[in-house]
Design a protein around this ligand. Structure first.
Ligand SMILES: NC(=O)c1ccc[n+]([C@@H]2O[C@H](COP(=O)([O-])OP(=O)(O)OC[C@H]3O[C@@H](n4cnc5c(N)ncnc54)[C@H](OP(=O)(O)O)[C@@H]3O)[C@@H](O)[C@H]2O)c1
Length: 333
């Protein structure tokens, strides 16, 4: 076992994309375990847009403090244990932080839980389709209350959350249209994931393409982006449509996430519901079972973008804001 622990600690709040010096790599001794604690070796780190928010401001969780290890969800393996809850070799998911080793203290706020060995599932699935982003898509689509034949539009559709939300929409009988930032991503959505249409918002005529792809208007907006994309989608909403306000990534590096044109919501009597996936924590097992079945029977496909090396985590976070990932983005430590 290594004696030193590489950690990425927060030194300054980013102004736009992450810049050199916002996170710094430091090395500290691997901690000694106290009674009832276990030591987990981090294998994979989930790279999430909310990390950029955690670096900057208090939101549904307090901002990460200066000098603290950057908060992140990780997949880890127990290497040593003085705990009756975790034994050597157990695989766990929880808020490991961006580091090689995390101390697991049963019952603390970082929510470590064991994950099972399931032959057809890779370890990384517990950070993606069966992890936080899969849960988000599952419960977001529950809020959407889709009906057969309705039109669902998903923004950031080729990302971790959007790609699963759109496929759940297909399973539930919707016409599903994705919005994404490259032709390759759009091709993946229509040719492999079964979306009915996909629109590349980087093409000048994307608004016309969205109109062509949604001839009956839009009943559900699964909103991951905000800004101009949300504005255009809202303008095509049908009466009594639903807007699932999952995320507003286009505002996260600008410090202005509250940019929706909400008068449309009023005029069209739309029901808008924001949510944080943690609200559904008591039902994660139910969602994981359903998502696992869909994955096993090929009804949900997933893709992963894996960046190698803990020290590459800051670059990986930036990829979320420049569209460098398709599907779930992770760092292999
Ligand atoms: N409410 C919750 O509990 C909850 C939980 C998890 C995630 N979320 C939200 O869900 C959204 C997706 O998160 P994720 O983890 O699944 O990330 P992701 O979609 O895998 O990655 C982010 C994607 O967003 C797109 N994007 C970035 N900046 C954009 C911009 N200015 N305009 C249009 N598209 C942009 C990029 O794809 P393109 O190439 O298509 O631009 C990028 O690949 C985020 O808004 C996140 O905050 C919410």
């Amino acid at each position: 076992m290594a004696t030193m622990n590489r950690q990425l600690v927060l030194r300054q709040r980013p102004k736009d994309l992450l810049a050199p010096g916002d996170l710094e790599v430091v090395e500290t001794p691997v901690p000694e375990l106290k009674d009832s604690q276990a030591l987990a070796r981090v294998k994979y780190l989930s790279i999430d847009p909310t990390m950029r928010v955690w670096m900057a401001v208090d939101s549904y969780l307090p901002a990460v403090g200066f000098g603290e290890v950057m908060r992140a969800i990780g997949f880890a393996e127990i290497e040593e244990s003085k705990s009756t809850d975790f034994k050597k070799g157990d695989k766990v998911v929880g808020l490991t932080g961006l580091q090689d080793y995390a101390v697991v203290t049963p019952g603390d706020k970082r929510g470590f839980h064991k994950v099972p060995n399931i032959p057809f599932l890779s370890d990384t699935a517990f950070l993606g389709v069966l992890g936080g982003t899969g849960m988000t898509a599952f419960f977001g689509m529950e809020i959407a209350a889709p009906k057969k034949g309705e039109t669902l539009v998903v923004s950031a559709a080729a990302g971790a959350t959007g790609s699963v939300a759109g496929q759940i929409g297909k399973i539930q009988g919707c016409r599903v249209v994705g919005i994404a930032g490259s032709d390759d991503k759009c091709k993946w959505l229509t040719e492999e994931l079964g979306f009915d249409a996909a629109v590349n918002y980087k093409h000048a005529d994307w608004k016309q393409k969205l109109a062509t792809a949604t001839p009956q208007g839009i009943d559900i907006d699964y909103e991951n982006v905000g800004g101009e994309i949300m504005h255009e989608v809202l303008s095509r909403m049908n009466l009594f449509g639903r807007v699932v306000l999952c995320g507003l990534i286009s505002g996260y590096t600008k410090g202005d996430p509250g940019m929706a044109s909400l008068s449309t919501v009023l005029v069209k009597r739309l029901r808008v519901q924001g949510f944080i996936v943690l609200d559904f924590a008591s039902r994660f097992m139910e969602a994981a079972t359903r998502l696992g079945q869909w994955k096993m029977f090929g009804k949900i496909k997933d893709r992963e973008t894996i960046v190698e090396g803990l020290e590459k985590a800051p670059e990986a976070i930036n990829m979320l804001f420049t569209g460098g990932n398709t599907g779930k983005l992770m760092v292999k430590v």
